[in-house]
Structure formats: structure tokens, C-alpha cells
Design a protein around this ligand. Structure first.
Ligand SMILES: NC(=O)C1=CN([C@@H]2O[C@H](COP(=O)(O)OP(=O)(O)OC[C@H]3O[C@@H](n4cnc5c(N)ncnc54)[C@H](O)[C@@H]3O)[C@@H](O)[C@H]2O)C=CC1
Ligand SMILES: CC(=O)[C@](C)(O)C(=O)O
Ligand SMILES: [Mg+2]
Ligand SMILES: [Mg+2]
Length: 346
């Protein structure tokens, strides 16, 4: 495993060069891999494994949208597509990719199939870390590992089809067979990860929940709204407010950050922008640090997990979520975005 310097800190990273697909296939050649759940990660991981030549089947609740999606992707009922129970029975590797709430609900169903020597795989540290709330306590005589793609299952699949890879983190919670690490890395390569970063279950879930509630999704969405509203209140048109809040960020500036970092983005903007942004950066950092501290504490205390679990148990959860998303879509900000996107020159 490669030791790479991140700033001054050395970390373990697994590369496709040292763990090529051939080695991954060899490692798992006697395994039947069942991907349980066909929502967002399920399809991405299952299709990449299938295309990479692994022996993979899908387990999914029948009479559901996800079941139909699996059929549409070429999984065949009673051949490669089964009920959750049947798939778990056939499998030696169970990839538990139901929603985190679904995992709690179905744990009693899959647990009897987790017999000695099998491997249980997660893409999140949620279930195991918050065990007081989830009751997900794996039997002692199985391997328990995690490979968590750092992005949407949709991106995992898209990048794979383009011949690229999405990076993932990996962790070993339990090594009953002595082969847990080898198998976890083989699965990580098999699902189409580019590079694999070492972590543990707790760190994965704390950082992931912080990231998605914070910068990656919650903070981003909230800051968009705040700036857009202020511009609109001061008489700017929707297109102007949208362009200066979202469009320029996604189309021009973030690609520069992705390419070569923040100083590179700054270096490619005007001196006027640079001076002002460098000063305001510190104000935004200092004002938001306490909010991020609150967020991390809420994650670490298990409060965020409790909120998710409770919300997901509500009968009308999906419907309410759709209403919330529809409300965002209907807002002037995102309606303006729709028109602006149509005006992108091809
Ligand atoms: N969405 C993503 O791109 C990412 C997800 N993850 C993790 O991967 C895992 C899977 O997440 P997603 O793909 O987002 O899940 P999802 O929310 O798309 O749901 C996956 C499947 O769970 C099934 N399901 C839900 N509740 C059920 C129940 N009570 N009984 C039976 N089946 C049920 C649904 O039919 C669906 O096929 C989670 O641990 C998540 O945190 C990790 C990285 C990114
Ligand atoms: C896509 C991803 O990595 C997230 C945001 O953490 C998630 O979907 O849970
Ligand atoms: Mg997440
Ligand atoms: Mg994530």
C-alpha cells in the first residue's frame, strides 16, 4: 500500500496499479456477491462489478420501483435478481446497500443468512457506528468491511463508463477470516473506485454526515439562497442574481478549483475580485466556524442519526421529501436556473 503525503501528514492509499482488477477478480473468484438494494449506490456498484466480470446478483424487494429498474438494467428474475432473502442465502459476500433506514428495518431479515465466514459490506459507517440506535450488531464470526464511494452512485457509474474512477474510502470493522482487508480492497476496485483511502467506520460516518450537511449540500444550498435573496432584494434581476450566485460557480470557477486548487482559481480572476474575496473569505470562515462546530457535535452525539431514523420511519416520508424538493424547484432561484441552463451555448 502506498504511503502518500497530504500536506505534511502521511496516509495509506491503495492504487489500481498495486491492486489491479486482475488481482481483485482472483481474490473474489469463488465468491457470490449479492448487492442488496437497487436505489442509488446499488445500481452503480452492481453494474460496475458485473461489467468488471465478478459473479454478482441483486437482492431487492419485489413490486418496487427499484425492482423494475433492476430488470431494466438487465438483471434477470430468478437468475441474477432475487428477493432480499434469496440473494442473501446464495451470497458469500453481502453488500448491504439499502438506504440507512432500510438497513435497520431489514436487519432481522438478513442476519440469519450471515453465517460464519461470510463477508458483510457497507458503503457507510452509519449502521455499525450508531448501533445503539440501529441495533445493527454483526455476528462475530463474519468479516465486516466498508467501501464508501465519495460521491453519488450515479457518478460512480458515469465515471466507470468513461473509463475513469471515483475515489472511495475503505475500512475494516471485523476480520474473522484473516482475508477481510484483501476482500475489501478487491470489492473497492471491483465497484470502480479509482483510489482507496484508509479510514474507520466512525470517522467515515462522522465526516460524511458533516460534509453532506455542511459544505457539500446544506451549507452550499443555504449560501446560494442567502446571496440570491440579498441580490434580488436590492433590485437585481433573477438572471443576474442566479449568474452571480450559481452559474458562474459551477461553469467557470469550480472547474478551476477542481483542476488546480483555490489559489489557481484566484489567480485566474481579476485583481479586484482577488482583493475583495481574500478579505471576505476570512469573515465567512470565522462566522461559519461555530456553525460547523455545532454540526460536528450534532453528528458525534448521534443526534443527526436520530433525526434521520425518525424521519425515515414516518409513513409519508417519501411524499413529504418530494414536496420539499418540489418547493425548492419551484422557487424563483431554481426556476431562474432552469432558464439560465437552457441558455448555455453548446
Ligand atoms: N446515495 C449515494 O450516492 C450514496 C450512498 N451511500 C450509502 O450507500 C447506502 C445505500 O444508499 P442509497 O443507494 O442512497 O440508498 P437508497 O435510498 O437509494 O435506497 C436503496 C434501496 O433500499 C431499498 N429500501 C429502502 N427501505 C427499505 C426497506 N424498509 N425494506 C426493503 N428495502 C428498502 C429501496 O427499495 C432501494 O432500492 C447507504 O448506506 C448510504 O449512506 C454512500 C455514498 C453515497
Ligand atoms: C453522495 C454522497 O457521498 C453523500 C452525499 O454522502 C450521500 O449521498 O450520502
Ligand atoms: Mg452520505
Ligand atoms: Mg458521502
Amino acid at each position: 500500500m502506498a504511503k502518500l503525503k497530504f500536506g505534511t501528514v502521511e496516509e495509506t492509499v491503495v492504487t489500481r496499479e498495486e491492486f489491479p482488477l486482475k488481482k481483485a477478480l482472483e481474490t473474489l473468484k469463488n465468491e457470490t456477491i449479492a448487492v442488496i438494494g437497487y436505489g442509488v449506490q446499488g445500481p452503480g456498484q452492481a453494474l460496475n462489478l458485473r461489467d468488471n466480470g465478478f459473479n454478482v446478483i441483486v437482492g431487492q424487494r419485489q413490486a418496487s420501483k427499484s425492482w423494475d429498474k433492476a430488470l431494466g438494467d438487465g438483471w434477470v428474475a430468478d437468475k441474477t435478481l432475487f428477493s432480499i432473502e434469496e440473494a442473501c442465502e446464495k451470497a458469500s459476500v453481502v453488500m448491504y446497500l439499502l438506504s440507512d433506514a432500510g438497513q435497520i428495518d431489514q436487519w432481522k431479515v438478513i442476519k440469519p443468512f450471515l453465517t460464519a465466514g461470510k463477508l458483510l459490506y457497507f458503503s457507510h459507517g452509519f449502521g455499525v457506528t450508531y448501533k445503539e440506535q440501529t441495533n445493527i450488531i454483526p455476528p462475530k464470526d463474519i468479516d465486516v468491511v466498508l467501501v464508501a464511494p465519495k460521491g453519488s452512485g450515479t457518478s460512480l457509474r458515469r465515471l466507470f463508463v468513461e473509463g475513469k474512477g471515483l475515489n472511495s474510502s475503505y475500512a475494516i470493522f471485523q476480520d474473522a477470516t484473516g482475508q477481510a482487508l484483501e476482500k475489501a480492497l478487491a470489492l473497492g476496485i471491483g465497484i470502480g473506485s479509482g483510489y482507496l483511502f484508509e479510514t474507520d467506520f466512525r470517522k467515515e460516518v462522522y465526516s460524511d454526515l458533516t460534509g453532506e450537511r455542511g459544505m457539500l449540500m446544506g451549507a452550499l444550498a443555504g449560501l446560494f439562497e442567502a446571496q440570491y435573496n440579498v441580490l434580488r432584494k436590492n433590485g437585481h434581476s433573477p438572471s443576474e442574481a442566479f449568474n452571480e450566485t450559481v452559474e458562474e460557480l459551477t461553469q467557470s470557477l469550480m472547474p478551476l478549483v477542481a483542476e488546480k486548487g483555490m489559489d489557481w482559481m484566484f489567480a485566474n480572476t481579476s485583481t479586484t475580485a482577488q482583493r475583495g474575496a481574500l478579505d471576505w473569505k476570512n469573515k465567512f470562515r470565522d462566522l461559519n466556524t461555530p456553525l460547523f462546530e455545532d454540526l460536528y457535535a450534532s453528528v458525534a452525539s448521534g443526534k443527526e442519526a436520530a433525526i434521520v431514523i425518525e424521519a425515515n420511519q414516518k409513513e409519508n416520508y417519501r411524499k413529504n421529501l418530494e414536496l420539499e424538493l418540489a418547493e425548492i424547484n419551484a422557487s424563483e432561484l431554481w426556476q431562474a436556473g432552469k432558464t439560465v441552463r437552457e441558455l448555455r451555448a453548446k
